[in-house]
Structures are given as structure tokens and as C-alpha cells.
Design a protein around this ligand. Structure first.
Ligand code: ADP
Ligand code: MG
Length: 658
């Protein structure tokens, strides 16, 4: 039974020259030696008072006893084991399972209720929520605080806050209660009540270490150790073996210190999210401003990408009527000095033979009158080859296109546009197989062209198209194409191809009078511009998201600084570094997810409003999900540094902060 619970061997503690602020006035402050060789044995079940004048080193000693701080030299044995070998998690375990702290300044978390404050140590010990709640309530009721479970610390008197702190110290068993001037800030009556409680705890078998400057208070303990200038000058008890064992020895042993029982990750996250929400809510205005940054970022990503791809699509739609790889060749109008010569079929063959030309379609056109029964309709008449459908991307929606055989036998067949069909077949007759007169020549309708709508200010559907040979022989009396449609293979080479066409035809015709309308190059340039525009809008939006992220980081850094003491309190009650990291990361991610959600909603509203205003927009679900994901990622990335700063805080330093 000789093994002390805690044994200190020649413990020394000095604050390095870095802490020169405590020795202002001195030119070169020597390292202040605060504890100068403390050797001490404390046994389970003892009620010890450590008494000394202010500045004698009592609090420093308590921080070392409670593993909130490490000594500069000397050995600290906890149940015979040297604490120097413990890592941060094992020390957190010790604070969580073995110690319960009661401070002069209470050190409650201001945003949490009395009951929630009491629950904190159990939270880090992984006790299930329901059990935690029952135990915290029972402890507070035992300390006559049952009526104030949901009060926040600022709604409680000093004596009440100290009772909450005592309940918190007992939450995980409180084998060793470390009380640093617990009555220091209290009126005499509340102080007496707190002392009575400590006495009762000592009676119940808890080891109580009371630190005080007041000899009368110290006198209530069963062993009094006096300390002066960092040295023990008197000890009333000496090495007395313990009589009673602690009633609530924790089941876990130090062996599994680093993997102490843990609640499930989901429960942990739930708890972290709840606490984070509480903090966000208590800083509504600031959180709202931060959120605004994220909301604007996400909403602008969604809206700008929608507008960008909307205009891109509109540009493409303008050209897609006749295929994006199609250009047109026509002869220049002749003048008095340079009489123009029309295109010929030989020109068509020349063009067909050029590199990068995939297909050609000569088109001969003039105004015609189409008649069915007693209805006359003026339309564009055209003659072309079977290449037409391919080159212009223009097929039939009903019936058939005329074919090579029709071309060979100069067949009197026609395909009609939608407008012509409406004009002549208003009675609902199926046009396929019907006869019409084109400029008084009978043709049989074999197909109806797909609708193209209006392009270049002309109704493209107001036309009849017949085989080139038939148009030449039976309608127009010549075979000079009005224009040639050329489909190129590679859009990038369009300019070269256009030049080659002009050069080759000039060589053949001995006069440079053929013009190529190179819309392919225009399309390529325009769509590249539209794409660049979309990218630029996206970039601007992404930048605003990054700016929002920096706002999050700023607020998180501020939060961590403001709540340094809270971090210290949580560490003193046994939080691991990962617990702190997780808590602050959760806060950052919660802010950004809420911001992301609102941002997506605002973005959708903007897109909807633009749609109503007839602005071409293309809504992208992927962009929305991406923007939301980026927002959350922003929280993770920009929240990490502040959260890690918080997790790396030294418990004593954090506790000492204001
Ligand atoms: P007590 O609790 O007995 O009043 P403390 O242990 O708080 O005394 O402090 C003992 C001495 O150590 C004091 O002179 C104090 O100025 C000094 N001290 C305490 N903490 C620090 C610190 N973090 N840095 C430098 N000096 C410190
Ligand atoms: Mg002190």
C-alpha cells in the first residue's frame, strides 16, 4: 500500500527569458525560478491544502500536478509511472479520467449552459449522450443547482458557477480534485459552501488538493503543506498511507490511454456541429457577414457560368443552322469594267478536289411560283445535288430526299420546305406523292425538308428543291450554280482552304472574281471568344469564392483568438488535440456549408430571373454541385490553419488568456 498516487521528485520550474514581461523594469531578467526543488508524495484519498503567499508558486505547482504544464526538471510519477513519457493524448487522457479542476475564475465555457458545461469532460471520454445528460443533471441536482440546468454562466452567481465547475470536475469520476483558490472570488458564505462541498468529497473518498493563500481555509484540510518562494517549508502530514480508496476509479488503464473509449464518429460530429451552431448563432452578425462572402461567391459561380455558357450556346446556335463546318463560294457580281462570269460545274469539281474539302454541293437558285390546284405560292426555287443534305446538314423530316438516280435521269421530283407545305397543303393532305407545278412544270413531291426557321433575315423554309439536272434543264435553262456549299474537314484549316479555293478558281478562270464566305473561321473565332468569356466569368466567380474563403479564415482566426481560454478549458477537461481540431474545423465547414446552400439558392434565383428576362442562360447542375463543393472545401482549407493553431495551444497558456 506504499505506492503514492502522485510523487514529485525535485520538481523545478522556471519561466524562460522569453517571458520577460513578468519582470518589467529589470534590464536583463534572469530566468525566474518559480519552483525550486519540490519533492512531495500524495496518497489516494488525502485532503491536502497547499498554502502560501501570493506569488509563491502555488498555481504553477498545481498546473504541473494536473499535467497542464510540464516541469523544467525533476520527475513526476503518477501511480509510479513517469509522466514525462506521456504524449499529448495520454496527458489528455489523464486530465480527463483522473483529474477534475476547479479554478478561482470558474473557467466555464460561456456559450454553453450549466448542464452542457458539466457534460464536457464526458463528451471527450466518449460517454453516450443520454447517459451524459442524466449524470450531469444528477450531479447538478446534488449540488443544489437542479433549477439552473439551462442557465448560461453569465446568468449565474459566482457561487453557482463554482458549483457548476465542481460538478464538471466530478463528471468523469473526479478521482483527484485540483482546486486553485476555489473560494478566492466568492463572498464568505458562498466560499463556506464550496469548502463544505470539498470536505464532503474528501469524506466520500476523493483525493482533494486545495490551493489557497488563506490559512483559515487551509486549516480545514487534513494535511497542510506550506510553500514559500517555490519551496516546501512545512508539511503537517508527511507520507501517510491512504485510508480509503477512491469510489469512482476509472475502468480504463493508462495502457489504452491513446485510444480511450470513444463515442462514434457520427455522435462526435453531431456534438461538434451542435456546439458550432451555438457559437455561430451567438455571433450572428459576424457569421452573417462571413456567410455573405461565401454566398456571393457560390451564387456568382452559378450565375456567371450559366450566363457564359448561355451566350456560348447562343453563338453556336446562330451558326448551327447550316453546320459549323460549312462555307459558301459565290461569284462576284460583274460590273461594267469587269464583267463577272458565273460559276460552272467545272469550278465545282475544282473545289471538290482541294485538300480539306470533305463534300461540296452546287446550288442553283431563282424565284419560282409553285402551284397546287388553284393556290399559287412564290418561293425560292433551288436545284442541287445529293451532297446538299450532307453539306448543309439539312435532311427531310418526311418522305425521301431525291437520290443519284433522280439526278441521272433528270427526274421531276421535288422536296418542299415547311412554309411551302403550309401554303399549299393547308387542307391537310399528305404532300408526299402529290403533284405540284413549279413555274408550270409538273413535279412530284417526294419529301418535306426539316424546319430551319429564319436565318440571315430570310425564311429558309420557304423553298422547293429539285435535282440539279432537273433545275438546269427544266426550270432555269442554264447550269451555272449560284453558289457552292463546301464542307471542310478541319475547322482550324478553314482560312487556308478558303484561300486555296479562291486561288485555284482564279487560276482556272483567269480572273479573281470568286468570293468565299468563310463563316467557318468566324464561327471558330466566335466560339473561342465565347469559351474564353465563360472561362473568364468562371475565374471571376472563383476569385470571389476565394475571397469568401479568406473571410472564413479571418473569422476563424478571430474566433480562435477570442476563444483561446475556452480551448484551454476544454483541454483541462480532457480534450485531445484532435477534438479541438475537429471542433474548429466543424465550425468552419458549417459556416461554409450554410453559405454554400444559401449561395446555391441565390444562384438559382438569379438564373431563374435571367431566364424570365429572356437572357440566354444554360443552368448547369454540375456547376452548382461544384460551387457548393468548392465552398465546403474552402471551409476545410481555410479553416484548417486556425483550427490547427487552436489544437496546438499549450493548455496553461490557453487557460491564462483573457
Ligand atoms: P501563486 O499561484 O502562488 O500566486 P504563481 O504560481 O501563479 O503563484 O506564480 C509564481 C511566480 O511565477 C510569480 O512570480 C509569477 O509572476 C511567475 N509566473 C507565473 N506564471 C508565469 C509565466 N507564465 N511566465 C512568467 N512568470 C510566471
Ligand atoms: Mg495562484
Amino acid at each position: 500500500m506504499g505506492l503514492p498516487l502522485i510523487e514529485l521528485q525535485d520538481i523545478r520550474k522556471s519561466y524562460g527569458p522569453a517571458a520577460g514581461d513578468s519582470a518589467e523594469g529589470a534590464e536583463s531578467p534572469p530566468p525566474a525560478m518559480v519552483l525550486r526543488g519540490i519533492s512531495l508524495k500524495l496518497f489516494a484519498g488525502e485532503f491536502v491544502a497547499i498554502v502560501g503567499a501570493s506569488g509563491s508558486g502555488k498555481s504553477t505547482l498545481m498546473h504541473i500536478l494536473g499535467c497542464l504544464d510540464r516541469p523544467s526538471s525533476g520527475r513526476y510519477l503518477f501511480e509510479g509511472e513517469d509522466v514525462a513519457g506521456f504524449d499529448a493524448d495520454a496527458l489528455a487522457w489523464l486530465r480527463r479520467e483522473a483529474f477534475g479542476f476547479v479554478f478561482q475564475g470558474y473557467h466555464l465555457v460561456p456559450t454553453e449552459s450549466a448542464r452542457e458545461n458539466v457534460e464536457i469532460p464526458a463528451l471527450y471520454a466518449g460517454m453516450p449522450e443520454a447517459e451524459r445528460r442524466v449524470r450531469a443533471t444528477a450531479l447538478l441536482e446534488r449540488l443544489a443547482m437542479g433549477a439552473r440546468l439551462d442557465h448560461r454562466p453569465h446568468q449565474l452567481s459566482g457561487g453557482q458557477q463554482q458549483r457548476v465547475a465542481i460538478a464538471r470536475a466530478l463528471m468523469n469520476g473526479g478521482r483527484i480534485i485540483l482546486a486553485d483558490e476555489p473560494t478566492g472570488a466568492l463572498d464568505s458564505q458562498s466560499g463556506a459552501e464550496v469548502m463544505k462541498l470539498l470536505n464532503e468529497l474528501a469524506d466520500a473518498g476523493h483525493t482533494v488538493i486545495l490551493i489557497t493563500h488563506d490559512r483559515n481555509v487551509a486549516a480545514q484540510a487534513r494535511r497542510v503543506i506550506e510553500i514559500r518562494d517555490g519551496q516546501i517549508v512545512a508539511d503537517s502530514g508527511g507520507a501517510r498511507p491512504a485510508i480509503s480508496a477512491c469510489p469512482a476509479a476509472p475502468a480504463a488503464s493508462r495502457r489504452n490511454a491513446s485510444h480511450a473509449p470513444q463515442a462514434s464518429l457520427a455522435a462526435d460530429l453531431h456534438e461538434a456541429a451542435r456546439a458550432a451552431w451555438r457559437v455561430m448563432w451567438s455571433n450572428r452578425f459576424r457569421t452573417g457577414l462571413t456567410l455573405l462572402g461565401i454566398v456571393i461567391g457560390v451564387a456568382s459561380v452559378i450565375a456567371m457560368l450559366a450566363v457564359g455558357s448561355g451566350s456560348q450556346q447562343q453563338v453556336m446556335a446562330q451558326f448551327e443552322t447550316f453546320g459549323v463546318r460549312t462555307m459558301f463560294v459565290a461569284a462576284r457580281e460583274g460590273s461594267v469594267r469587269t464583267p463577272g462570269a458565273p460559276l460552272t460545274l467545272a469550278d465545282v469539281e475544282t473545289v471538290r478536289g482541294l485538300a480539306n474539302v470533305e463534300a461540296v454541293a452546287p446550288y442553283i437558285e431563282d424565284r419560282v411560283v409553285v402551284r397546287r390546284g388553284n393556290v399559287d405560292h412564290a418561293a425560292e426555287g433551288g436545284g442541287t445535288t445529293v451532297g446538299f443534305a450532307h453539306v448543309l446538314g439539312w435532311g427531310v423530316s418526311e418522305g425521301l430526299m431525291f437520290d443519284e438516280a433522280d439526278e441521272q435521269r433528270v427526274a421531276k421530283v421535288a422536296v418542299i420546305g415547311q412554309t411551302v407545305r403550309r401554303a399549299l397543303f393547308a387542307d391537310g393532305t399528305d404532300p408526299i406523292g402529290q403533284d405540284v407545278l413549279i413555274d408550270k412544270v409538273p413535279f412530284q413531291v417526294v419529301g418535306v425538308l426539316a424546319a430551319k426557321g429564319t436565318s440571315d433575315g430570310e425564311d429558309q423554309d420557304d423553298r422547293v428543291v429539285v435535282p440539279f439536272s432537273a433545275a438546269a434543264a427544266r426550270l432555269f435553262g442554264h447550269q451555272n450554280p449560284t453558289w457552292i456549299g463546301v464542307q471542310v474537314r478541319d475547322m482550324e484549316q478553314a482560312t487556308e482552304t478558303a484561300e486555296a479555293i479562291e486561288t485555284e478558281l482564279a487560276a482556272r478562270r483567269r480572273v479573281r472574281d470568286v468570293r468565299v464566305w468563310n463563316r467557318v473561321e468566324a464561327i471558330r473565332v466566335q466560339s473561342a471568344t465565347a469559351r474564353a468569356m465563360t472561362m473568364m466569368l468562371g475565374l471571376i466567380a472563383a476569385i470571389s469564392l476565394v475571397v469568401g474563403g479568406i473571410g472564413v479564415m479571418n473569422v476563424m482566426l478571430m474566433t480562435v483568438r477570442e476563444r483561446t481560454r475556452e480551448v484551454g478549458i476544454r483541454m483541462a477537461t480532457g480534450a485531445r488535440q484532435t477534438d479541438i481540431l475537429r471542433q474548429f474545423m466543424t465550425e468552419a465547414v458549417l459556416v461554409t456549408s450554410v453559405g454554400g446552400t444559401v449561395g446555391v439558392a441565390v444562384g438559382l434565383l438569379i438564373v431563374a430571373a435571367l431566364m424570365l428576362a429572356d437572357v440566354p442562360v444554360v443552368f448547369s447542375l454540375l456547376a452548382s454541385i461544384g460551387a457548393f463543393g468548392c465552398a465546403v472545401l474552402t471551409g476545410l482549407v481555410f479553416g484548417f490553419m486556425p483550427a490547427r493553431n487552436a489544437a496546438r495551444l499549450d493548455p496553461v497558456v490557453a487557460l491564462a488568456s483573457q
